[in-house]
Design a protein around this ligand. Sequence first.
Ligand code: SAM
Length: 246
Amino acid sequence: MNFHVLTLFPDMIETGMHTSVTGRALDQGLISLETVNIRDFAFNKHKHVDDYPYGGGAGMVMQAEPIYLAWESVAGAMEKKPRVIYVTPQGKVFNQVMAQDYSREEDLVFLCGHYEGVDERILEEIVTDYVSIGDYILSGGELAAMVIMDAVSRLVPGVLGNEESAEFESFHDSLLEHPHYTRPAVFHGRPVPEVLLSGHHANIDRWRRDQSLKRTKERRPDLLDQAELSKEDIKYLKTLAPDSNV
Ligand code: SAM
């Protein structure tokens, strides 16, 4: 998985990505990261990459040409044109299914906007995917690109060390994950659920599945429609009061 990020703030991306799980994956060569400073492709002596919007109005707009040249520096030599994700509040809201889809690509290019946004003509020319990380406005696309790269990296084989971890995380099968506990066995008078200390793996698995169903019903009932549920799952869900708290 090779990430390429077209940005005005490469340091932000480099620092964020060279941390924790993605940092280790970069060190191990499981993923790679190329940051391209769009400002390096500015064609005026002041290195401006933005200008006033045609038609007037507030704010500045990122110009098409420097972005085109930055994209060309990445994609120009590639045989197959890569997917280019413009992170934007106007895109499809990112989710785990999209992360899985992206994890199958060899190269992913991200375009991070700033100011009021980007000249529409360059978007029409190079962008294949418009992706939002939620219904709110960020100052720039860098955090959004990092959110997506983090989620995608976790799905690249070897990145999590334990191959099973991603498989049981929330959203993997449209359910939220069960709660977790670690030592001590009693904290502030709250004991760990007894079944987890029993060593009975089938019972532990059933308990976790039930907790996962209960939690999803309580916090994200919309997900249950897409989940694959067994007869046992449905039976358990029916035992839950409609307003049960986790
Ligand atoms: N005027 C734009 C609009 O209303 O759609 C918002 C511009 S925003 C201040 C600057 C940049 O931040 C955007 O071009 C985009 O790259 C990024 N951005 C802001 N919010 C985002 C979100 N929710 N998801 C992904 N990217 C976002």
